[in-house]
Design a protein around this ligand. Structure first.
Ligand SMILES: [Zn+2]
Length: 323
């Protein structure tokens, strides 16, 4: 790991860099730069701060703005796509590759901004993301399921991967046999690594968490028998075949918590308590020895977002049942 101008960058084989996007705390969210055949591509735009950091890292590495061919956003949640407009303004030759269900929100981000304000609240929204910049429609390419892109001999393959978000794709990099997983392969923070390896758990952020779809998408990622997963939260992890069952256990557990408290008057609080207990116990069983307070600090924001997403999912189930 190198610290240049206080931007932490992890360098992996295959010309892949993970750039800390500076969201909320160090090593919470990253964006990737892929250098290949004299060009570069970006996976995840971060928020505005992340996009600015990406541009700084490109400059530090002597990558010309004109040589960035692609900006890929795995989905249009703002920790992944909030900085896309800023990047596209700065990178004149780049094409924005986005899921068909997310494209309109990149071209006209007003609804996306309003939706995210609703999730985070205005104050936190302003601090974190700020106003979104629209991307001209002619620079937006909607990727189809199983679309393959030949980038100067390096094959990138896209799959539709709903479950965390309906507008989510994952990108397979043939050169390193790795997936850029966005949020489909969950969250794995490096502070929670132990001798048992990475700790991993699902993210069920509002508004379209779908446990069945998520399990299916995780299965499709494994079908490629990948060697690596490049997570947005956070960095590269190996042995996906060993981690996937633990991730799916988390999906199952969070789904069960939602169903257990579905009809409880106080269900948000009950689910939050159940999820906190489950994650703390799972982290301890994994061998995490951080003090409780530090562990809570690392998990609290995700717990709040996860519980909110499960609440929305339960409301959607109830609406469907009434139809
Ligand atoms: Zn995310």
């Amino acid at each position: 790991m190198s610290e240049s101008k206080n931007i932490s960058v992890n360098e992996y084989p295959g010309g892949i860099l993970a750039v800390d996007s500076g969201l909320f705390r160090p090593q919470m969210a990253c964006c990737y730069v892929i250098e290949h055949a004299g060009e570069a591509a970006i996976v995840e735009a971060g928020g505005h701060l992340g996009a600015q950091r990406l541009l700084a890292v490109l400059a530090q590495r002597g990558i010309a703005k004109e040589d960035v061919r692609y900006v890929m956003v795995t989905h249009v949640h703002l920790d992944h796509a909030g900085g896309a407009g800023l990047l596209m303004e700065a990178l004149p030759q780049a094409q924005l590759l986005v899921h068909p269900k997310g494209a309109k929100h990149m071209i006209d981000p007003s609804k996306l901004e309003a939706g995210t304000r609703a999730v985070y609240g205005d104050e936190k929204y302003e601090q974190t993301y700020g106003s979104l910049i629209p991307v001209p429609a002619e620079r937006v390419h909607e990727v189809a399921d199983d679309e393959r892109l030949d980038w100067r001999g390096r094959t990138l393959r896209f799959i539709d991967s709903p479950g965390h978000a309906s507008h989510h794709y994952c990108v397979h990099d043939a050169l390193t046999n790795g997936w850029f997983t966005g949020d489909t392969f969950g969250l794995s923070y490096r502070e929670l690594d132990t001798e048992n390896g990475p700790f991993i758990f699902p993210t069920t952020t509002p508004i379209d968490f779908d446990p069945d779809a998520l399990r299916h998408s995780i299965g499709r990622l494994l079908d490629a028998e990948p060697d690596w997963m490049y997570l947005t939260h956070y960095g590269r992890i190996g042995h996906p075949e060993a981690l996937a069952p633990r991730l799916v256990e988390g999906v199952d557990a969070f789904e069960a918590m939602g169903l257990e408290f579905e009809h409880d008057d106080d269900r948000v609080a009950r689910i939050r308590q159940a999820m906190t207990d489950w994650l703390m116990a799972a982290a301890r069983a994994h061998g995490v020895t951080l003090p409780d307070a530090r562990l809570r600090e690392l998990l609290d924001m995700d717990i709040a977002l996860n519980v909110a997403g499960i609440d929305v999912w339960l409301n959607r189930r109830a609406r469907r049942a009434r139809q």
